[in-house]
Design a protein around this ligand. Structure first.
Ligand SMILES: Nc1ncnc2c1ncn2[C@@H]1O[C@H](COP(=O)(O)OP(=O)(O)OP(=O)(O)O)[C@@H](O)[C@H]1O
Ligand SMILES: [Mg+2]
Length: 315
């Protein structure tokens, strides 16, 4: 069964189309990365799924419940970690978690045990008796995660959960999300592809409210491989080397980027789909130059993300 089913969702704020006909599904036990730059529509989508407000158009179900007809059941099925967590500043963490446990309808005799579990999962024992408004940003974020986990909801939605966390906590949250996969269904909204790719094997990329890609991080990488750049370091007269490289079929441009005692380094941009490493090294060696290094520039996940969300420039 699709635990999350989204069909043709649109949301307009006056003239702004925050979401434009988005459809996707998430299977039971899957962790889905939901990626997009600032303003892409991530929080809008999460807000609709948690029934904070209805879409302008389209439908969605969560755990089989309809967002229009069964908002209470939808909410019961979701643990939501909002982007910024500001509720109930005057409560202490322990009062707040107890309050949430009661709202979520956790059995009385199980409340203490349930709270102890989420405190340990999110490592907040140190601030358990503190007032919420006195918490640091990172601890506040962790309390946000703790309340979402209470009651073991089948679906968890994290909206940028690692913003404001220190590196050790980022790893802890990542491990926590990983440990949820298989059992729970998770959406992780983020603008950091490398972070998402560590916990998910499927990502959706949205841009200006529209879906631009649905794939594995691996396949997204592959799709970029064809338009390569070669980094080559050669010891020899620069203008002559330049000429030799430019003569190789498939080379679009050559640019010097660095100079060291071992030689001069160039970026060689190559036409789409051409593998010219062999020909290039042959041409350099046959030209009588010393080939110090030649390699394909590694495509990073960040490169892919930027390429997907920025308009293609003609060159
Ligand atoms: N209450 C609102 N009124 C008017 N426009 C809004 C409102 N909320 C969001 N928007 C607009 O909708 C679009 C999508 O916003 P949304 O918050 O969903 O983006 P996001 O992907 O979560 O971005 P971020 O990475 O910055 O959190 C933006 O253009 C935003 O300005
Ligand atoms: Mg957002």
């Amino acid at each position: 069964m699709d635990m999350i089913y989204v069909k043709n969702l649109s949301k307009s704020y006056g003239p702004t189309k925050a979401l434009d006909n988005i459809s996707f599904t998430v299977k039971h036990g899957e962790v889905l990365g939901f990626l997009g730059p600032n303003g892409a529509g991530k929080t809008t989508t999460m807000s609709i799924l948690t029934c904070l407000f209805p879409p302008t158009d389209g439908t969605a179900t969560v755990a089989g419940y309809d967002i229009y007809k069964e908002p209470i059941e939808v909410n019961r099925s979701i643990g939501y970690v909002p982007e910024s967590f500001t509720l109930y500043p005057d409560m202490r963490v322990k009062e707040y978690l107890r309050f949430v446990a009661e709202i979520k309808g956790i059995e009385r005799k199980k409340i203490v045990e349930s709270i102890a579990k989420v405190i340990s999962d999110t490592d907040i024992a140190d601030v358990y008796t503190k007032g919420i408004k006195k918490l640091s940003r990172g601890y506040l974020q962790r309390v946000g995660v703790a309340q979402a986990l209470l009651g073991e909801p089948p679906v968890l939605i994290f909206d940028e959960p690692t913003i404001g966390l220190d590196p050790i906590q980022i790893i802890a949250i990542r491990d926590l999300i990983k440990s949820l996969s298989g059992e729970r269904t998770v959406i992780l909204a983020s603008h950091i592809l490398s972070e998402v790719s560590q916990v998910t094997n499927r990502v959706i990329v949205i841009k200006e409210g529209k879906l631009v890609a649905v794939d594995t991080p691996k396949n997204l990488m592959k799709s970029m491989d064809s338009s390569g750049r070669i980094i080559v370091t050669v010891d020899g007269d620069e203008s002559k080397v330049n000429k030799v490289i430019k003569k190789v079929g498939g080379v679009k441009s050559v640019k010097k980027i660095d100079e060291s005692i071992s030689g001069t380094t160039y970026h060689v941009d190559v036409a789409q789909g051409k593998d010219i490493k062999g020909e290039l090294s042959k041409a350099i060696i046959e030209g009588g130059f010393d080939l110090v290094e030649l390699r394909l520039e590694e495509v990073t996940l960040e490169d892919i993300f930027i390429k997907l969300v920025t308009k293609e420039k003609e060159d």
